[in-house]
Design a protein around this ligand. Sequence first.
Ligand code: GUN
Ligand code: ZN
Length: 428
Amino acid sequence: MTIYRGTFVDCPDDPFAGGALRTLTEGAIVVRDGVIVARGPWDVTVADFPDEPRVELTGGLVVPGFVDTHVHYPQLRVIGALGRPLLEWLDKRALPEEMRLADDDYAAEIALEFVGSLVRAGTTSALVFGSHFPGAVDQLFAAAEASGLRIASGLVVSDGVLPEPLLTTAERSLADALGLAERWHGRGRLRYAVTPRFSLSCSDALLAACAETRAAVPGSLFTSHVNENVAEIRQVEAQFGTDYVGTYDRHGLLDQRSVLAHNVHPTDAELAVLASRGSAVAHCPCSNSALGSGMFPLRRHVEAGVRFALGTDVGAGVSFSLLREGLQAAFMQLLMGAEGLRLNAAPLLWLATKAGASALGLSDAGDLSVGQQFDAVWLSPVEGTTLDIALRNAADEGDAVSKVFALGGSSDVRRVWVGGGEVWNRRH
Ligand code: GUN
Ligand code: ZN
């Protein structure tokens, strides 16, 4: 058992439906076997546990571990290539790098760098776009297992449009995916995610094989891209004769364990389908800005009852920090004027934590309630930085959370725990 002392802030209930920030100042959280068993004011709570070890997290804030609902492992090294729209960026930047992961040794290096980047950002759970090469996906799962993070990932599949080395067939995709799922799905904190790259690079036969894979792997997730870029959407509609959401839905791929990235340009009919299936959208505002994909219709998602959370979409996205995504989401909504929704501390923290856990089907992560796993991040900036000064002068915890989103990043992450086990310690 361990008792953590600090200022804890979380957002357990949906602020778009009345939920609010919850703060525990000068508080205690008691963890046994990785699970939160008690919480309350420090003086009162420690009296019940007089002999247990104590961990002081003084200064800064402790928040639930961040959840990244959309991030590409093979794109780590092409991060920051600015100034191109989606299809050109894929062609010139992302895909040439992704082809290098045919080499298992290269993939192993990237996998280690990738999980290291996640933990340093305070990300404790992620739905990760894998590689087109099964060996590279094995490397990712191995690194993820060693890291202690909660990771869902899988083989990315395509059978058209992309360069030949990245292509598979319906039959081969099924065999490769089942092999990977057998090795990794349900092992510790790892789960398999069926992952067609996007409809544009998939035939109906391949999407049918994805449905078959899913049926053969109970509890697996489904993830892909949708409605990201206007030129892409036009091509998908011409190729399939249906709207973009329909290309997945007609194969039965959309349910409560499905996460579609972007959805910047949905029709009302597509939003209605997503809501009725209980599927979630990964909103990736830094990527949408970097690729000029467009402004995310967040208000329409709320009004249609479509679940959504945040994703970094590295390498089109420009960092691993969910704090940065929250800030960009807030900027984007304000810039949308009457069509946007104002996002302050509560919805930002919700979207970066609990909403993501819910999208990934993790019912015991995303907030710091009794009974939840202790997945947590101690945000404690280096002394003298602007965030340090801002936090010392915050009006209240809501203001402090707002300042963390405005100014914070990976360098402000001091310690990180998953299921009570420490996975990162900055040590100064
Ligand atoms: N659509 C298909 N592949 C990709 C990708 O790698 N990144 C993004 N942002 N969109 C995609
Ligand atoms: Zn993506």
